[in-house]
Write a protein that binds this ligand. Structure first.
Ligand code: ADP
Ligand code: TYD
Length: 822
């Protein structure tokens, strides 16, 4: 069955393919039609076609969005596709350059109206759970179509040449076939659009904007056709669905929707255990699946394995109740992101991206631009990133601007242009894809500068050595450089700035990229035309100086210069020289003499403090924030985060367990910690996650050391052994007078909480003493303050120690790559 969703997918793919193919074919035909009019006219025609096709969306997209709000979206889509089909077919039939230019402009206008109609129709056709997937499909079809279109173009050009060879009467310009094919693709898209469901009853005739919550972020209940009848999980596995990403709840979702999986590999047994997150002290149940010999079971067990009489077991319950009004506990599967409590419906990933999508935020482009420029001046890092990203992007676009004439001079013709275009765009796509994965232990900031430089060097060589095959290889390398720089730059920018400023800066980036694109496409061919082609004869050796080649060399040099400038701004000034670090990373050895032990890519943050200080609350808040920032976060706690730990916890907190000797108690906490580090913390840190633990070693030093009056030094030694000396990167001490903390909990309940007031006073003093000993590794916060203020204070302290981002949400960030066609 063809679902509306699939129809949409087919239609989007056809349109994207057609758009790219159209751009290539029009540029090619422009070159062919003006071949006899002198080289300058030829350059002007090629860049004219490109500019007329690309400029309207850049200049007018906000206005088109407003107009489309008043008409039927489906019909707008059908009309947009049909019109483009007719225009593309008309170009080779008329066969005149002036009509070609007019048609290029008109197709762009058609796209201008088609795009917002498509954006508005998406939420009507797609259940909320799939919006994210649609986002991704939009990106894949948007960018992925570029190299495919280029390949198709090269193929059609070759077929065309072959046909002309076999049947001389068919000797039409080689781009004709591509344009006809393009017309057919758009006709097909129009037919597919026709089959999309029309406006729903009640919504009919309503303006697109008010029915489509995507641009407005509306809060009406889901009205998608599938949503009410299909359970959210049932429609998840679909083509291209990525389980991992689905499990990561969309930005802004409440923390309790997320679960993490920890794999324990035991003797012949594999256990996948989903542990609860500490979200405002809330504990959810946990599902443990044992995969034994051919047997699979899923059992639900309570979080605390303590016997019923253990007071400790009630704590989770009580906390859950306390926080219930704020975020109702969710026992649902992690993927049920639709219908989230406390979340306005349909404010998923799709709207997160729309917030910065082109043409929406920059309502006043000039203001956006100006704000961006002003902000860019604030930090060197931001300045350097913008400089490098825009520079790399703009210079590589030059390849497309001069490419058509360049390959003509190299005897590449249409097929050659297709190959060149495919090389650049596939390179960019590859760069964006591998960027976060390449040289993981190498500094992201340095890799950023290097990628820009690599793309510059590749362009330089392309211009210097006019050879078709080399050009294809080198331009794809340039593309990879741009892609990597772009994805890393986006990640670093997102980490450096937040809130409204971030959106503005991203909007600026987007606008600037599009403007630069236009400038590069206009100016580059014209400069090439002005330079002209010459032949240098040095004694017997002749060298062809091509105008296009010179422009590529200039673009390469500019990119190299920008790479140096931006590298200077961006590099954090590590003592290890760039080359040393690079070589070390390539050889797979740790960098620098001081890091002889295993270097853990993750970050370890611990919250410490007395009872009721707000540790779980703050751990939850911190986790939500960091996840929104795109990090993988593991929240955990002591005691009791492993299977063994749960049993120890039950023993340790059971009030019936009277007369436990202090040393035994200290050793049991240390045993719990040893298991916790080995099973949960280290694996997460090794894969680069941020681990947030509610209590760690300092609790034992304070409670069993200061509180039980054992030797703090001895306990430290035992714990260093237990944890293999794993020290947190940051410990946040929430300092609160014991009475105030215990009062928040509504009185003492477990074995430790029921200790005397003096005991808790000693514990508090113990914590403070630890923090005073190592002020650079601690943040001490007065936990009597307002919860939100404490959260902000912690964020301020955490921000500088965050690792370079490895965006999991690569697709959301990729969305910021300027789309040429839209
Ligand atoms: N800054 C604060 N001011 C007032 N109450 C708070 C604050 N932080 C947390 N609470 C409340 O205090 C209680 C205990 O907080 P919790 O985070 O569970 O502490 P801990 O994990 O340190 O025992 C909860 O009911 C929580 O809502
Ligand atoms: C980790 C740790 C906890 N404890 C005590 C402190 C708490 O009273 C108890 C942990 O119980 P828990 O319910 O986790 O308390 P909280 O929410 O305050 O973290 O165990 C120690 O005495 N030593 C330790 O090393």
């Amino acid at each position: 069955m063809i679902t509306p969703f699939r129809r949409l997918w087919v239609s989007l793919s056809l349109s994207s393919l057609g758009d790219w193919l159209g751009l290539l074919a029009l540029m090619s035909l422009a070159a062919i039609l003006t071949r006899d009019s002198g080289s300058f006219a030829q350059y002007a025609a090629v860049s004219g076609a490109a500019v007329l096709k690309l400029a309207p969306p850049i200049l007018f997209s906000p206005f088109a969005g407003l107009l489309v709000d008043r008409v039927d979206r489906r019909l707008t889509m059908v009309a947009g596709d049909a019109l483009r089909a007719l225009l593309y077919i008309s170009v080779p039939l008329v066969g005149r350059i002036d009509w070609l230019l007019v048609a290029a402009f008109l197709t762009a206008i058609a796209t201008l109206f088609w795009s917002p109609a498509k954006d508005a129709i998406v939420p009507d056709l797609v259940p909320q759970a799939k919006l994210r997937q649609v986002d991704r499909i939009g990106l894949v079809t948007g960018y992925g179509a570029a190299p495919v279109a280029a390949a198709v173009f090269a193929l059609l050009a070759s077929v065309s040449a072959l046909l002309a060879g076999l049947f001389p009467p068919l000797d039409t310009p080689a781009a004709d076939l591509a344009l006809y094919a393009n017309g057919v693709a758009f006709l097909a898209a129009a037919a597919v659009d026709w089959g999309l469901p029309g406006p729903k009853p009640g919504v009919a005739g309503q303006p697109a904007g008010s029915g489509g919550p995507l641009p407005t972020g509306g809060t009406e209940p889901p009205t998608t056709p599938q949503a009410p009848t299909t359970p959210p999980t049932a429609d998840l596995p679909a083509p291209g669905d990525d389980e991992k990403t689905e499990q990561i709840a969309p930005l802004g979702s409440s923390d309790d929707e997320r679960t993490e999986q920890i794999n324990h590999l035991g003797a012949g047994e594999e256990t996948t255990e989903e542990i609860p997150h500490l979200d405002a002290g809330e504990e959810t149940t946990e599902r443990v699946a044992h995969l034994g010999a051919g047997e699979e079971t899923t059992e639900r067990i309570p979080t605390s394995e303590a016997p019923p009489q253990a007071e400790g077991a009630d704590r989770g319950q009580r906390k859950q109740e306390a926080s219930a009004p704020r975020t109702p506990p969710s026992h649902g599967p992690p993927s049920s992101v639709s219908g989230q409590p406390g979340q306005p419906p349909r404010q998923g990933a799709a709207s997160a991206r729309t917030a910065v999508a082109p043409g929406r935020v920059p309502e006043n482009m000039l203001r956006t631009f100006w704000d961006g420029v002003r902000f860019a001046g604030i930090t060197p890092l931001v300045r350097g990133l913008l400089l490098g990203m825009l520079g790399a992007f703009a210079t590589s676009v030059v390849v497309i601007g001069v490419g058509r004439v360049f390959v003509d001079r190299l005897g590449g013709g249409n097929a050659g242009f297709g190959v060149l275009f495919a090389a650049v765009s596939a390179g960019m796509a590859l760069g964006v894809f591998v960027g976060p994965r390449v040289l993981r232990s190498f500094s992201r900031r340095r890799l950023f500068g290097l990628s820009v430089a690599v793309s510059g060097a590749a362009l330089l060589l392309t211009g210097l050595i006019p050879n078709m095959v080399l050009a294809a290889v080198l331009t794809s390398i340039a593309g990879v450089g741009v892609g990597i720089a772009w994805i890393i730059g986006m990640g670093l920018l997102a980490q450096e700035i937040e809130g409204e400023l971030r959106e503005r800066t991203l909007a600026f980036l987007h606008t600037a990229a599009r403007v630069l694109l236009l400038v590069a496409l206009t100016v580059a061919p014209l400069v090439a035309g002005l330079i002209g082609d010459h032949r240098l004869d040095v004694r017997d050796l002749g060298y062809d100086v091509l105008g296009t080649g010179v422009v590529l060399v200039l673009a390469g040099l500019t990119a190299l210069l920008l790479a140096v400038l931006s590298y200077r701004q961006v590099d954090e000034g590590s003592e290890v020289p760039l080359l040393t670090e690079l070589i070390a990373v390539l050889r797979g050895v740790p960098v620098g003499p001081e890091k002889e032990d295993e270097t853990l890519p993750g970050t370890f943050i611990v919250l410490e403090g007395g009872e009721g200080a707000g540790k779980s609350t703050q751990a939850g808040q911190l986790a939500v924030w960091l996840r929104d920032e795109g990090f993988e976060v593991v929240t955990t706690r002591e005691p009791g985060s492993t299977k063994l730990g749960m049993r120890l916890r039950a023993l340790l907190l059971d009030k019936e367990q009277t007369g436990m000797s202090p040393r035994a108690e200290a050793l049991l906490y240390a045993a719990d910690r040893a298991d916790h580090v080995a099973q949960v913390i280290l694996p997460a840190l090794r894969r680069g996650a941020i681990v947030i633990s509610d209590r760690y070693m300092d609790s034992t030093l304070a409670y069993q050391g200061a509180g039980r009056e054992l030797s703090v030094e001895e306990i430290r030694r035992i714990n260093e052994w237990a944890t293999d000396a794993l020290v947190p990167d940051l410990t946040v001490l929430l300092d609160v007078p014991p009475a105030a903390g215990l009062a928040r909990l509504g009185g003492a309940t477990d074995r430790i909480e029921s200790e005397s007031e003096e005991f808790h006073d000693r514990v508090r003093a113990g914590f403070r003493q630890l923090a005073e000993g190592e002020p650079e590794r601690y943040l001490v916060v007065d936990a009597r303050g307002a919860q939100e203020e404490i959260t902000r204070e912690i964020q301020r302290r955490v921000r500088p120690i965050l690792p370079d981002p490895v965006p999991q949400d690569a697709e959301a960030i990729t969305g910021m790559m300027p789309i040429i066609k839209e």
